[in-house]
Design a protein. Structure first.
Length: 220
């Protein structure tokens, strides 16, 4: 049995964050942001694709036996078929078919659909290599040009994928998952904020057979 999970946060805050040693980060007196600026902040959206191969007891989206449905999610938001990828050596390459890298991202840090206008490659490398907290300004500039950014995430036995977007993703991804009903796979959608603890994130290891799932977990 394969378990495919999609976590969403829609919308999500994506402001430039203060560093840990900044007084504002510790709740002390620091710079304030005008209310008007907060209200006019663009909305961004976050998703996270994870998986568990229950038969092999392996955790990670890339550990699934049936990965075609996971690859189909890559194309769910639309926006063309030309791609850019940032590799481990921090080079930015054109990619004709992203599916092999999505299945095995061991040498891939980031993928985006190639925008029509020139995108600053430095911003892509920053998003791919810097801690997420520091890379937020670069991430916003990339999202303004590319709509969706796919970032590799480490898992216990392979990799998961994070998605950041300038528009809602949940409905498009749900529709894609529903179109690809696969025997031997169960698909779940749930809010990221409800799954912050390890036990809740890996609910399939504790709750699938012994008790009903919480209301916030939707099985497709």
């Amino acid at each position: 049995m394969d378990i495919l999970k999609y976590f969403y946060e829609e919308p999500m805050p994506l402001e430039a964050l203060t560093s840990d040693n900044d007084p504002a980060a510790r709740g002390k007196k620091g710079p304030t942001v005008p209310l008007e600026q907060l209200l006019n902040t663009p909305s961004y959206f976050r998703g996270y694709l994870a998986g568990t191969n229950m038969k092999a007891d392996r955790i990670g989206l890339t550990a699934l036996e049936q990965d075609e449905i996971a690859v189909s999610v890559l194309r769910a938001p639309g926006d063309g078929e030309s791609w850019l990828a940032v590799s481990e050596d921090q080079t930015v390459r054109d990619v004709a078919d992203p599916s092999p890298r999505f299945r095995d991202p061991s040498n891939t840090l980031l993928m985006v659909r190639k925008p029509s206008e020139e995108l600053l490659r430095e911003a892509l490398i920053r998003v791919a290599t810097e801690p997420r907290r520091k890379a937020i300004p670069a991430l916003r500039s990339v999202l303004d040009a590319c709509s969706v950014v796919y970032l590799r995430e480490p898992a216990h036995d392979g990799f998961d994928w994070s998605l950041y977007s300038s528009r809602p993703l949940r409905r498009a991804i749900e529709a894609t998952l529903l179109r690809h009903a696969t025997p031997g796979m169960r698909r779940f959608v749930l809010p990221y904020q409800k799954a912050r603890s390890e036990q809740k994130f890996y609910f399939e290891r504790w709750q699938l057979n012994d008790e009903p799932l919480p209301d916030y977990i939707q099985e497709l």
